[in-house]
Design a protein. Structure first.
Lengths: 323, 364, 259
């Protein structure tokens, strides 16, 4: 670090022009240097993440197809995983978002004031419960409990490809994974939505009520339009979590590698993250490179989801009336 | 204007009785109509199900709620009009959605508690798994590993995250570098935890050769996940410090760095501390990156720079997914590990709230 | 204490936008000078340029000279932090540090700069500053309580005590009473009258009665339209400005006719 003994930017004797470099205290320079350095370090770390992933993944992309596990080449290896990842995450999102919005609405606008704040705390707490716990719960409780429901779905809705069956006897199916992930991301989406619902300007709400609106009409007029970008960002946060979720899927899903939308059979596509967790400890050589390549693909998918979310939020922000 | 109001007031007083009656007659079902309708729906559905002999709790609750919603809507529509009826249905839908969402969440807590309590004993906390087959043993080694690795991750993430936030709010505001950092912190927030694990592995494999498993590598992976959370939380908190306080300090002839260290950060320290605590709670339960970068071992290892370390989440995972024979003691230990994890996370969350309350600037 | 300020053809810029143009103004030591004018006329910007507070906004700079007893405040090698120690400032809204007690607020200038002082010297400084700000009798029994627990007027006087504890030569006040009720305003105005025996005071105010009550000299700023720079129209003894100003614009403004 340079101290004040180093030649200053503007020697006191020189007739400085009016726009000369301002005098900066040495303490300020050091502190600003540290702060800037930390910021740059983050950029370096991220560049490192990208560089290491790419260099370690590269061998898998150039290797001959038969050397990749499965023998069908890198695309054939990753594609079912991508499919499984998207299927599980979208399923979870579809289940969780409407419920989460309702829960957030209940907490902010329907529950008695006395219990709404404790409920908010509980939701925040649940959002922090580690995913391995949800995974254990999914495989030990939800999977066996849902066999009956899945049999019913097959019997009555079997004509929909989603429920074609045959039903897995252990219940370790894509549907159970989807529900478990939904339970997992529900508190996250709820927490974000609750936050924005609470920020709805009281004036908007009162204006709506003063016009004679019922509570639902007030929510429709004031709360939901204001909170829309918040709901979307919460949902995208949840989607990102679901996409990257490893342990819950790894522990629950029974995997066959098939590409199928059948949600209730025992032959399911795995997800990228779960596949890495399951295969990595026993992998060597090109297998490791292949797994890292799949990790890179997962990173790109989540990056795309986050970018879309950010784009939506930024575009909506101007209309949200927040300012 | 005031005369106008007076006149209207007078009119209103004169007409008050009839108007009130009108509102009451037009607009309202009696208060007991909601519980009444619910009870009626329950009786009807219960009777029907009992008659057909197909009684199950799930079906009973589901049909009762549906009948309740439909019935109350019809009743309210006739008495109160369509708008009120819709309002009532929405209330029912939102409330039942809330209750529905509560079921799995309560079930999660209950399952972990009831299954985990069996081995929530002294031995679990003071012995490792070295040489243990079957019953007994504990997670002392895993708890120690989790604490060491998380502490290491926090020690790396907190200074970097804090300083970056200071740069973003106090120094960089609006500059190109600041915008780039903000963007990439966003990107970092979205890194899946397993990818962070792969990164840490790839980084250390470069120095130590393939197959490396190291507690420190796990700490690096957790830092990648933790830094953006710390930056975000701190940034938010620094932003809400009123500019007036900075100006007040500047006007007293205090240099900027002292203003930041002694005015801005102390003013927001409660929020920052609680944000950091939440960030720790978030990474302490991470499993996937540690599975990749740290692995598992049965013995105690306090040194994060020397080989594999056990951690609580990975311990729980392996105990459940790859149990030994007999199976039950392993499963029990997995649940207890999960319970301990939840307890740690809850304690951290409560601590965060407590910190936020205790250190908040006082006004009295 | 109490030094003269001399602005010579001073223009203030934010980036390429010229906010204030060509101000020439002499402020005598130990007087109260009021700056008046319509909103956005640059009087606050000019005030903040006197202790280089406007430099907090990136891109802000000045042309011309601003002298404090003959030394150019914008000269090469002048540290803005040092300038602010000589020229204190009180803001529109009272802003005591919420993390500090009343006692610590008063000596914040010393504490934040890590100046070591003996306990009795600090006690003495706190009492002297609080007495100087007419606040001592109200708070002497609760010096260890948070400063944000005081009323608005007391908080503003606490801020004045904090500013004079640094022992500056000049006190700048940016609409110090605009957030206060009439009684607190009166207390501050009385205080300004007492403070001018020791300090040179420059005060920006929207309230012309206040300018007439507290100041010895008054400068009138105006602006021709949005996007144009603010200008000093005229400056004279307060009595003259309010009774027989030389400029039509000044007369219109002080008599309530705008145009």
């Amino acid at each position: 670090m340079s101290t004040d003994t180093s030649p200053g930017p503007a020697p006191a004797t020189a007739p400085a022009p009016p726009s000369s470099k301002p005098v900066v205290q040495p303490g300020d320079r050091i502190f600003a240097g540290f702060a800037t350095g930390a910021g740059i370090l983050i950029l370096v770390v991220l560049a490192g993440v990208a560089a290491f992933l790419v260099t370690e993944a590269a061998p898998a992309f150039v290797a001959p197809a038969e050397e990749i596990p499965g023998g069908g080449g890198i695309v054939a290896y990753i594609w079912p995983l991508v499919f499984g990842t998207l299927l599980a995450a979208v399923l979870a999102l579809l289940i969780a978002t409407p419920l989460a919005v309702c829960v957030a609405l209940f907490i902010t606008h329907f529950a008695p004031r006395r219990i709404s704040q404790p409920l908010g705390y509980v939701v925040d707490l649940l959002a922090a419960v580690p995913s391995i716990v949800y995974g254990l719960w999914g495989v030990a409780v939800l999977a066996p409990a849902s066999v009956g429901l899945m049999t019913w779905l097959q019997d009555y809705l079997g004509w929909i490809p989603l429920f074609a069956g045959p039903v897995s006897a252990t219940g370790r199916t894509m549907l159970v994974v989807g529900v478990t992930l939904a339970v997992m991301i529900l508190p996250i989406i709820t927490a974000v939505s609750r936050e924005v619902f609470l920020q709805t300007p009281k004036l908007h709400e009162e204006a709506a009520l003063a016009l004679g609106a019922t509570r639902w009409e007030m929510i429709k007029m004031a709360v939901l339009p204001f909170g829309r970008s918040g709901i979307i960002s919460g949902a995208m946060l949840g989607l990102g979590r679901a996409l990257g979720e490893t342990m819950a899927v790894a522990i629950i899903l029974s995997v066959s590698g098939a590409v199928t939308v059948n949600l209730i059979s025992s032959g399911n596509p795995s997800t990228i993250a779960a596949n890495i967790a399951l295969q990595f400890p026993e992998s060597t050589g090109i297998e490791v490179n292949t797994l890292i390549a799949s990790g890179l693909v997962l990173f790109l998918i989540t990056l795309a989801v986050n970018s879309v979310a950010r784009f939506v939020i930024n575009r909506r922000r101007e209309f949200s009336g927040a300012n | 204007m005031s005369i106008d109001t007076d006149k209207r007031d007078a009119e209103r007083t004169a007409a008050v009785r009839p108007t009130e009656d009108k509102i009451a007659r037009q607009g309202r079902l009696p208060r007991w109509s909601t519980p009444g309708a619910l009870a009626a729906a329950a009786v009807v559905v219960g009777g029907l199900l009992a008659a057909t002999g197909a009684f199950s709790v799930g079906l009973f609750v589901f049909l009762t709620v549906v009948l309740f919603a439909v019935g109350l809507y019809a009743l309210s529509r006739v008495v109160e009009g369509a708008r009120k009826a819709t309002d009532r249905v929405v209330t029912i839908v939102v409330t039942s959605a809330f209750l529905l969402a509560l079921i799995p969440l309560i079930s999660v807590i209950w399952t972990v508690l009831s299954n985990g309590i069996a081995r929530f004993d002294v031995e679990f906390f003071n012995s490792s798994m070295r040489g243990i087959v079957g019953e007994g043993g504990g997670a002392y080694h895993a708890i120690a590993g989790t604490l060491v690795i998380t502490a290491l991750a926090a020690a790396m993430s907190i200074p970097i995250g804090l300083l970056t936030a200071v740069y973003l709010v106090e120094y960089g505001a609006g500059s190109r570098l600041a915008r780039a950092i903000t963007f990439f912190v966003d990107v970092m927030t979205g890194i899946p935890s397993i990818v962070a694990g792969l990164f840490a592995y790839a980084l250390f494999a470069l120095f130590a050769g393939p197959g490396v498993r190291l507690g420190f590598a796990g700490a690096v992976a957790l830092s990648v996940l933790m830094i953006p959370v710390v930056v975000r939380a701190t940034e938010e908190m620094l932003k809400i410090v009123p500019n007036e306080l900075r100006e007040a300090a500047f006007a007293l002839g205090v240099p900027k760095w002292r203003t930041i260290l002694k005015v801005v950060i102390p003013t927001s320290v409660a929020g920052i501390a609680s944000g950091i605590t939440l960030a720790i709670a978030r990474v302490i339960g991470e499993t996937a990156p540690l599975l990749i970068a740290v692995g598992i071992t049965t013995g105690l290892n306090f040194n994060p720079f020397d080989g594999r370390q056990a951690t609580l989440p990975v311990f729980a995972y392996y105990s459940y997914a790859a149990p030994g024979v007999p199976r039950d003691p392993y499963i029990d230990r997995a649940w207890t590990a999960a319970l301990v994890l939840i307890v740690i996370v809850m304690v951290l969350n409560l601590a965060a709230r407590l910190i936020a309350r205790l250190f908040a600037p006082k006004t009295r | 204490m109490g030094k003269a300020i001399e602005a010579i053809d001073l223009s203030i810029y934010y980036g390429s936008f010229r906010a204030v143009e060509g101000v020439n103004m002499s402020i005598r030591p130990k007087t109260v000078t009021a700056l008046i004018g319509p909103s956005g006329c640059g009087k606050s910007t000019y005030l903040r340029s006197i202790n280089r507070m406007h430099e907090v906004i990136p891109g802000a700079r000045v042309e011309g000279r601003l002298e404090l007893d003959g030394t150019d405040l914008y000269g090469a090698g002048v540290d803005p932090v040092g300038v602010r120690r000589q020229i204190g400032m009180v803001f529109q809204r009272p802003n005591p540090f919420p993390t500090m007690s009343i006692y610590d607020n008063v000596i914040a200038g010393q504490r934040l700069n890590n100046k070591r002082m003996r306990k009795d010297a600090t006690d003495d400084l706190v009492e002297r500053s609080l007495r100087g700000a007419n606040l001592w009798n109200e708070v002497k029994d609760r010096l260890d309580k948070p400063g944000s627990g005081l009323s608005g007027g007391q908080q503003q006087r606490l801020c004045i005590a904090r500013a004079i504890a640094v022992q500056p030569d000049v006190l700048l006040m940016d609409e110090p009473c605009s957030a206060l009720d009439p009684i607190s305003t009166l207390a501050i105005e009385d205080l300004i009258n007492e403070l001018k025996t020791d300090y040179t005071i420059v005060i920006v105010t929207h309230n012309m009665q206040q300018a007439a009550r507290v100041s010895d000299y008054t400068g009138f700023f105006t602006i021709e339209g949005t996007g144009k720079p603010g200008k000093l129209v005229e400056m004279d003894e307060t009595r003259t400005i309010f009774s027989q100003p030389k400029q039509k614009a000044t007369e219109d403004y002080v008599s309530g006719r705008f145009g």
